[in-house]
Design a protein around this ligand. Structure first.
Ligand SMILES: [Fe+2]
Length: 197
């Protein structure tokens, strides 16, 4: 049994977290971990699964809201549910770790980027768009860490609210953000809107 804190009594999410923990316990290469979690996600979460209300907390001052579902007590992974109002999007970012994303409601779009020139020590990188793909309800994406890369931007592609489930290979509280215009790179702290601060 896992010892970390579940922020819901939902049975589907409880079973999924146990499966993720069992995979992480195997200490595989990050790419194999992401692939195995992608499969567990497809196998264990039904297409019509809905995130419980307590994990749909929205902060109207945030572009999109992040709800912590589960935090591994050893900081090896975290599961996060996100609520996206119409057409909201992230900044261009990477996660420094593996990440598995599933669209549970609505339609998202993922735009991918590549670094064309960088001086990371100076906080500088030039990025270009390399592609975009629709992430419809039910789609699951497995993303591997840099340098194999997961440099991207996620957005709600429609008027209707979108909900996504993210499984990160770390506590899910930081990302490296790239500004395509100023070319500045910075590590940012990310908060959870369902937790009191
Ligand atoms: Fe991301």
């Amino acid at each position: 049994m896992h010892e970390g804190r579940m922020h819901t009594g939902d049975a589907v999410l409880g079973q999924y977290v146990q499966a993720v923990e069992a995979i992480v316990d195997r200490e595989l290469h990050a790419v194999d971990t992401a692939r195995a979690i992608e499969k567990a996600n497809r196998d264990l979460i039904p297409h019509d699964f809905q995130v419980p209300r307590e994990l749909q907390v929205e902060d109207s001052t945030a572009p999109y809201s992040r709800n912590l579902v589960y935090a591994d007590p050893r900081n090896r992974f975290a599961v996060v549910a996100m609520v996206w109002p119409s057409f909201r999007e992230t900044r261009v970012h990477d996660h420094l770790n593996w990440c598995v994303v599933r669209c549970l409601q609505g339609t998202c779009i993922e735009t991918s980027y590549a670094i064309t020139e960088s001086r990371m020590a100076d906080g500088f990188a030039e990025v270009v768009t390399t592609g975009a793909r629709m992430v419809p309800h039910g789609a699951v994406l497995g993303l591997v860490p840099p340098p194999d890369t997961n440099l991207h931007k996620m957005a709600n592609a429609a008027h209707a609210t979108a909900i996504t489930l993210h499984t990160y290979g770390d506590p899910g509280t930081r990302a490296r953000v790239f500004d395509p215009v100023s070319r500045k790179v910075e590590i940012v702290s990310l908060r959870f809107h369902n937790l009191a601060h």
